[in-house]
Design a protein around this ligand. Structure first.
Ligand SMILES: [Zn+2]
Ligand SMILES: [Zn+2]
Length: 251
């Protein structure tokens, strides 16, 4: 497998959880365009990001074949972003990212060598549970927690993963609340391995306890809104800005 040299230093890409959230730059690290399951062309997303004052936009297209825009989508995606971002580079940084699901507990990701070589940001995700699949209607809560937990831990150890998408989010949203003590352990291991934790108000509600755990472990955070429409961008940044770590009850 080709190991990519990242264009970006991780400490520049993410925000330490123990810094004041009020100073968090306007970053949006989780957006889908029409190259995967978002509604809009990249040009529209970039225009909206500029209008909104976003300073860094990371597109994070899915790699699941059923979610992408047909054969050749990745080549077209890379070409389009490279063309469009050149014109706005003084105002807005745009990175070519992928949201990549983990396939099994030994840490295989759904990604090919071309993607690995060209993606500038890899957001590792637990989507369909390894060994179980997408159907969560009948899964036992304890099994969902166990599968999500073990898959998240595998992501914390993966050399190609930069940040972990919505930790605990699938379990919480579709089955049962993911236990905070397990979120805590995922964050601890992610921080030890230099992986950032995505904080995402669509999954982490309320957000403050999750931020407190990130802070306790000295983790890096990645603000991601999982925007599928341009107007959904910036939500994570807005919500995080309101939080004051270490001072529960504010805001
Ligand atoms: Zn996801
Ligand atoms: Zn997503």
């Amino acid at each position: 497998m080709i190991r990519k040299k990242r264009h970006w230093q991780l400490d520049k890409l993410f925000y330490p959880a123990d810094r004041p959230m009020a100073a968090l730059p306007c970053w949006e690290h989780h957006v889908h365009s029409e190259y995967s399951d978002g509604t809009s062309p990249v040009a529209e997303i970039i225009a909206r990001a500029l209008a909104q004052g976003i300073e860094r936009l990371i597109l994070t297209e899915h790699t699941e074949p059923e979610l992408v825009a047909g054969p050749g989508w990745f080549v077209a995606y890379v070409r389009t972003v490279r063309e469009l971002r050149a014109a706005v580079r003084d105002e807005l940084t745009v990175l070519i990212g992928l949201e990549v699901p983990i396939l099994d507990m030994s840490g295989h990701l759904l990604i090919n060598d071309a993607m690995l070589a060209q993606a500038e940001f890899i957001l590792g995700a637990v989507h369909a549970y390894p060994g179980h699949g997408w159907n969560l209607d009948t899964i036992e809560p304890a099994r969902a927690i166990d599968l999500e937990y073990r898959a998240l831990l595998a992501l914390t150890r993966h050399p190609d993963v930069d940040a972990i998408a919505h930790p605990g989010g699938v379990c919480t949203k579709y089955v049962t609340p993911f236990p905070m003590e397990l979120f805590d352990e995922v964050v601890r291991q992610a921080a030890a391995n230099g992986k950032a934790i995505e904080l995402n108000p669509a999954y982490h509600e309320p957000l403050l306890p999750y931020l407190e755990i990130c802070r306790k472990h000295g983790a890096l955070i990645s603000p991601g809104s999982n925007a599928h429409r341009p107007e959904e961008m910036g939500l994570a940044w807005e919500e995080l800005k309101k939080l004051q770590v270490g001072r529960r009850g504010d805001g």
